[in-house]
Ligand binder design. Structure first.
Ligand SMILES: Nc1ncnc2c1ncn2[C@@H]1O[C@H](COP(=O)(O)OP(=O)(O)OP(=O)(O)O)[C@@H](O)[C@H]1O
Length: 240
């Protein structure tokens, strides 16, 4: 292994099972023998059509989903998924949820508590920070989720299309914060449907199709091949 590798996905496969009635299930293989690594300091873009497995892959990299086969080898302590408002305890306040999220990421209570003023400030929650999350609008939840993941230290930051978070003013602020991270030595894995964004921000790209890795490599080459593939599809609907 190279010194600079943070995460290694080794032959990862994952199949979802969904109930379709009494004793009837359907199976969907979301990831099929996926292998690649993430190196320290780089920004890796994950591209592919709707339903190809991008979000599932981020959840596996975050250790939220366990693969059925293969393994995730982590050489770092903190891998943070920039998720929007998922997993909040609705009866707890924004403050307590921020502490909980930070501790679930592996931070200590002291580290979480120290970051609270910045989280509240960035999320622009004001006094609502001490109100139960069940009283929040979806935008407030998104801002809390974004700010907590953004302001706690992460060795690898996994970003799932979050540049679309909140209203247009907060979106600009969120994008600027992510760009700051990307331009620092932060390691970032970034899922986006916008090829121009991936081309602008990423050093390398991973192209997924039907849960399989089609190509891993230099962003421009991978995006060119992905675009060429999309152009071969007959139905424009299938190109997304
Ligand atoms: N919890 C689940 N149970 C059953 N199937 C699931 C579940 N989560 C995802 N899937 C299926 O797995 C496949 C991959 O989903 P995933 O969300 O990873 O795709 P994606 O590439 O992120 O899609 P999009 O670009 O539309 O966001 C899809 O076919 C989806 O329907």
């Amino acid at each position: 292994m190279s010194e600079s590798v943070c995460l290694e996905a080794k032959n990862i496969s994952l199949t979802f099972r969904a109930r379709r009635g009494f004793f009837r299930y359907s199976y969907h293989t979301a990831l099929d023998n996926v292998s690649f690594d993430i190196r320290k300091g780089e920004t890796v873009g994950i591209v592919g059509r709707n339903g190809c497995g991008k979000s599932t892959l981020l959840k596996v990299l975050a250790d939220i989903l366990k693969p059925d086969a293969g393994e995730l080898v982590s050489h770092v302590n903190y891998v943070s998924l920039q998720s929007l408002a998922t997993g909040f305890e609705k009866n707890l306040s924004g403050r307590d949820n921020a502490i909980l999220s930070a501790m679930l990421l592996g931070h200590t209570l002291e580290q979480a508590t120290a970051a609270l003023p910045d989280i509240c400030d960035f999320a622009e929650l004001g006094d609502s920070f001490d109100e139960p999350v069940k009283t929040y609008s979806s935008g407030m939840r998104a801002r809390l989720g974004f700010s907590t993941a953004m302001l706690m230290h992460a060795d690898v930051l996994l970003v799932d299309e979050t540049l679309g978070v909140g209203d247009s003013r907060f979106k600009k602020k969120a994008e600027a914060a992510i760009l700051d991270k990307i331009n620092s030595d932060q390691t970032v894995v970034f899922v986006s449907h916008q090829s121009s964004q991936v081309e602008r921000l990423c050093n390398r790209a991973v192209w997924l199709e039907k849960g399989q890795v089609m190509e891993v490599g230099d962003t421009k080459t991978v995006l060119n091949n992905y675009q060429a593939f999309l152009a071969t599809l007959p139905n424009p609907q299938k190109r997304k």
